[in-house]
Design a protein around this ligand. Structure first.
Ligand code: NDP
Length: 444
């Protein structure tokens, strides 16, 4: 049995009932074999065993009171996975599906993603099984304050800097930051995605979606292609999806479909993003309303049908495992040329394999959605330097980072004999830097 196989076997045995964590670890470790084989010293130093074991896992109770006076208790998590190259960095997810397996898969991915940005940030992730849907602002505030009342003692501007993720946007970051500041009496860059009036960075809101389109644009450019005239399908209608749609439209693409967790809209004339933003960002409503407001648009109950819509580019931007083998086959049959992951692990292992065999240009999440965390790191730089950069300045830095990530993963894939395989390229390029730092630190 190879070193990688041994580590994976042991990981599954010692972390039972964590299917998402197993899936992410399998995807990552199986692609690292060429690097691990070239460095026998890694096995001697139990480097992979240490790489897949979080440095620290924090789990806590989050009690809060709803508007009717009823007391609720949710689970809170922060997994501080790897700080070899910088302070832990990664979002907080509030969604009823959140559990330790999901936070660990996200944390593991985050280590390599953060490394790929080229910036000094380690990997972490956190969240809660709290469901923000249908809650009043006061209930959200009550929950966020309770969550931070425990979390504050574990984080810090040079220790661990959380940000948003599913269910955690500007409103939640505001409440979390307010409580941190109140307890610690420190106005520091301890969270990113902050509002512009209290230390946030321009472009952070747009960053993940814009970055996704920038890296896809670079992959297209290298093939003499562009977004102009392309038909695009985007899943989700949250932060990442909305700004991916905006940038793709600015570059001349036609986005024809989006969804939320109830169903999808199809607008053959091209999605009117102002209407989507009004429904999702202003009214916090359901995507279904789009078809009631825009003539010619259709609404379909259920999500998976979206992948049957013919498109040149698919940008999954909602959640993990939203594209399975059948959905991938439907996309391929209808001629998809580029798939770039805005969400984390939206394609399962069989779907990735289907894209690879069909020659689809596939950009995996840890490279394709790294623009969000990269811009968070730019927010950290502005916070510690007491600076405020213009929109154009941050956007140019973001674009530059995404273009560099593309070439970095492309070169790594080529170097190890897997040209065009960006899953290999991203995992290897991200891992090499973290491995070097871990080896330099000794057995810690
Ligand atoms: P949001 O909460 O803003 O939006 C999430 C969107 O996905 C919503 O439309 C939501 O629908 C939909 N969704 C969530 N869960 C499901 C599900 N189980 N089935 C179908 N649809 C679902 O989150 P973000 O846009 O911030 O995050 C989306 C993805 O991007 C996540 O995978 C996240 O980890 C990843 N990501 C986000 C970054 C960021 O900067 N925000 C950075 C890097 C990655 P509904 O409204 O019905 O819940």
């Amino acid at each position: 049995m190879s070193y990688v196989e041994q580590v994976l076997k042991n990981l599954k045995k010692t972390n039972p009932n964590q299917p998402e964590f197993h899936q992410a670890a399998t995807e990552i470790l199986t692609t690292l074999a060429p690097v691990v084989d070239a460095h026998p010293e890694y096995q001697k130093a139990a480097l992979l065993e240490r790489f897949v074991e979080p440095e620290r896992v924090i789990m806590f109770r989050v009690p809060w009171v709803d508007d009717k006076g009823k007391v609720h208790v949710n689970k809170g998590y922060r997994v501080q996975f790897n700080s070899a190259i910088g302070p832990y960095k990664g979002g907080l997810r509030f969604h009823p599906s959140v559990n330790l397996s999901i936070i660990k898969f996200l944390g593991l991915e985050q280590i390599l993603k953060n490394s790929l940005t080229g910036l000094p940030i380690g990997g972490g992730k956190g969240g809660s099984d709290f469901d923000p849907k249908g809650k009043s602002d006061r209930e959200i505030m009550s929950f966020c304050q309770s969550f931070m009342t425990e979390l504050y003692r574990h984080i810090g501007a040079d220790t661990d800097v959380p940000a948003g993720d599913i269910g955690v946007g500007g409103r939640e970051i505001g409440y979390l930051f307010g409580q941190y500041k109140r307890i610690c009496d420190e106005h520091v860059g301890v969270l990113t995605g902050r509002g512009l009036s209290y230390g946030g960075s321009l472009v952070r809101t747009e960053a993940t979606g814009y970055g996704l389109v920038y890296i896809t644009e670079e992959a297209m450019k290298m093939r003499g292609d562009s977004f102009k005239g392309k038909t695009v399908v985007i899943s989700g209608s949250g932060n990442v999806a909305i700004y991916a749609c905006q940038k793709a439209q600015q570059l001349g693409a036609k986005v024809v479909a989006m969804y939320d967790s109830n169903g999808y809209i199809y607008d053959k004339n091209g999605v009117n993003l102002d209407v989507v933003k009004d429904i999702k960002e202003v009214k916090r409503g359901r995507i279904k309303e789009y078809a009631e407001r825009v003539s010619g648009a259709e609404y379909h109950e259920g999500c998976s049908g979206i992948w049957n819509i013919p498109c040149d580019v698919a940008l999954p931007c909602a959640t993990q495992n939203e594209i399975n083998k059948a959905s991938a086959e439907a996309l391929v049959k209808n001629g998809v040329k580029y798939v770039a992951e805005g969400a984390n692990m939206p394609s399962d292992l069989e779907a990735i394999d289907t894209f690879r065999k069909a020659g689809v240009v596939f950009l995996p999440a840890k490279a394709a959605n790294a623009g969000g965390v990269a811009t968070s790191a730019l927010e950290m730089a502005q916070s510690s330097g007491r600076l405020f950069w213009s929109f154009e300045e941050v956007d140019a830095k973001l674009k530059n980072i995404m273009v560099n990530i593309y070439h970095n993963i492309d070169n790594a894939a080529k170097k190890y004999g897997y040209e065009g395989n960006y899953v290999m390229g991203a995992n290897i390029a991200g891992f090499v830097k973290v491995a070097d730092a871990m080896m330099a630190h000794g057995i810690v």
